[in-house]
Ligand binder design. Structure first.
Ligand code: SIN
Ligand code: FE2
Length: 218
């Protein structure tokens, strides 16, 4: 076990406020990680991970899939949610109840009771993958928070404000950490820096991130 993982273990159960309406629940998903990763594998067997294209024509370094009533996709036509996986022509796999429950509980613990997620975007990072600065703004109901679960290799997460150039907090997200952002932080810009080479006992050379959203109409 390397130093980074030791640090994460010491943090288990602590909470950190990133901004008003944004909180990290350290290690909150760790005990459920094996079940979460098994669920991700089952989802990916039905709706494979794929590297999507941005509207600008670049292939993303992060591979994605989805589960739930809709899935987030990007292609030359833009960003949107679709009820059918464009790659398979089938509906996205259902959102497993254990995943949904974890997201609802984490949201409540972070100050957002009554969260009703209907979609989960699953991101798979490998060393060298990154996610550029963006807002999650394709969901019409902005009263619902975003719940983000990190598994496997650590990442450096940047969390800023409502404009691209607002000051950013830089924090490390480790296996089992959950970040919740909503309310005044719902449209905060955020990014994941390039994942460093490494190996994690749960995921080998991958980082898996699940973001639960409410994408249905308000
Ligand atoms: C996202 O912004 O959709 C993912 C964030 C993360 O991977 O931590
Ligand atoms: Fe995001």
């Amino acid at each position: 076990m390397n130093d980074l993982i030791d640090t994460a273990l010491a943090d288990e159960g602590s909470r950190e406020t990133l901004a008003e309406g944004a909180m990290i629940l350290r290690g909150r998903a760790r005990s459920q990680a094996p079940a979460l990763l098994a669920a991700v594998a089952a989802i990916a067997a039905e709706a494979p991970f794929r590297r999507m294209m941005t509207p600008g024509g670049l292939t993303m370094s992060v591979a994605m899939t989805n589960c739930g009533a809709q899935g987030w996709v990007t292609d030359r036509h833009g960003y949107r949610y679709t009820p059918v996986d464009p790659q398979t022509g089938r509906p996205w796999p259902a959102l497993p109840e254990a995943l949904r429950r974890l997201a609802v509980e984490a949201a409540a613990e972070a100050g957002f009771p009554g969260f009703s997620p209907d979609v989960c975007l699953i991101n798979r990072y490998e060393p060298g993958s990154k996610l550029s600065l963006h807002q999650d703004r394709d969901e019409p109901d902005r009263s619902a928070p975003i719940v983000s679960v990190s598994l496997g290799l650590p990442a450096v997460f940047l969390f800023g404000g409502l404009t691209r150039d607002a000051p950013k907090t830089r924090t490390r997200l480790a296996h089992g950490d959950i970040v919740v952002w909503g309310g005044p932080s719902r449209l905060a810009y955020h990014a994941v820096q390039t994942i460093k080479p490494g190996s994690h006992p749960a995921t080998a050379d991958q980082r898996i991130n699940l973001t639960f959203r409410k994408a249905g109409p308000p």
